[in-house]
Design a protein around this ligand. Sequence first.
Ligand SMILES: C[S@@+](CC[C@H](N)C(=O)[O-])C[C@H]1O[C@@H](n2cnc3c(N)ncnc32)[C@H](O)[C@@H]1O
Length: 186
Amino acid sequence: MKSAAFLMLALGRPAHIGALAPSSRRLADAMAHEAGRARCMIELGAGTGAITAALRERHPHLPMLAVELQPALADALQGRWDGVEVRCGAAHHILRHEAPRLPGETVVVSSLPLRSLPAPLRTSTIDALCSFVGAHPARRLVQYTYQPRAPFSLPGSSPLRWQRRQRVWRNLPPADVWVLERATAS
Ligand SMILES: C[S@@+](CC[C@H](N)C(=O)[O-])C[C@H]1O[C@@H](n2cnc3c(N)ncnc32)[C@H](O)[C@@H]1O
């Protein structure tokens, strides 16, 4: 999908898309780098596939599930990469449904617009992400955000911790890449 088509979609559903342009090549590379080693990958909010392409380049043989809420975007991703299963649906439903069959060493790479999602969807999505990452010490979530703070706050009792890994200036707007994992994992 071209940038202009993405912009039209974003203007129609700003809270669900959360960006005016697809992720830049630099941001996609930074996300793929932070994904590191894993046995399986889930990409949430795959959108136009900018980050999917970088993940496939860096990790061509890992089984991967790409999740996208908007049918038009999900349709455009279907069949573009060998080894990538594309699902159209809400991230929290798919994460909860897939969790039992996925290996412990699964990394989640997310472009979800967590700050702008409607409140009930935001809460369900964050709960599902925290449960998924907390279920195994090798799991982590790689998430970018445009604001200078963690993508979402954790309660003091949470076993998970955020770490800011890098800032990517060459993106519209510039973005920070954060990793969420168990406090004892690194
Ligand atoms: C910032 S945009 C996509 C960025 C993507 N990296 C790209 O370059 O195209 C965020 C994407 O998350 C999707 N999305 C939003 N809420 C979602 C949800 N609950 N489950 C799955 N996808 C969601 C939107 O439809 C949108 O495509």
